[in-house]
Design a protein around this ligand. Sequence first.
Ligand SMILES: [Zn+2]
Length: 273
Amino acid sequence: MGDGISYYWDMVRHEARFRLYEELNDFLPTSKRKTTFPYAFAGSPSVKDALEAIGVPHVEIDLIIVNGESVGFDYKLRDGDRVAVYPTFESLDISPVTRLRPKPLRSPAFVVDVHLGKLARLLRLLGLDTAFDRELSPPEIRRIARLERRIILTRSRMLLRACDVTHGYWIRSICPREQAREVLHRFDLRRNLVPFTRCMACNGVLQPVSKDKIRNRLLPATAKYFREFRQCSRCSKVYWKGSHYQKLTALVAQLLEESDSGCFIDWRVPGWV
Ligand SMILES: [Zn+2]
């Protein structure tokens, strides 16, 4: 049995009380949503470990208040603690409390998980810098996020749990348009949008190109009826305002309209409620 005393202390159960705010409730079972619930623990786990055990990836969290004071992820839980946890608000200034994400990303770039190809194309359509390759492994996605300072978008909570992930977002919806709406809302991106400036196929930047330079790649009718063309600086794909463009314009308008309607955030003063 070894050290009987430490064995005894390990068995002592403590209890803290947690309340999660806003979309962090998505990670909880219905019975714990928008309410205060007990969390039993032994020893002195960090509040980060406790929250991940509860099911919340650390990258979703921006602010933790324990007994009225903001704390870091390494805070050690104590018996009787009251813990309020807030999600990342890229758009709101909540200083001087301790934000866990030191650098809000004002011109965000993304790396999108392998199962979210349609979302990647929609974000590129809106002009957002979005890396995507269906061959990427989870470690490769994390490496790209780290080296290129990209936010990971994924439906996998496991991917967001890795220690080296600093910016990420767990996509809730399974519908690509709704997923795009979530991203616009979450990162407050309306001011960052420049639709039709990126290649939907490869994320390259589109540049104006003269018709003469690409005439040999056009069908005769396209060459006859269209004057303005853009070309991808990476894969050389050529774009023009054909019938597909009209459909995409309508889609962009729809995405912006949808993101407008979902932008209300019920913000409360940090503290115990
Ligand atoms: Zn391209």
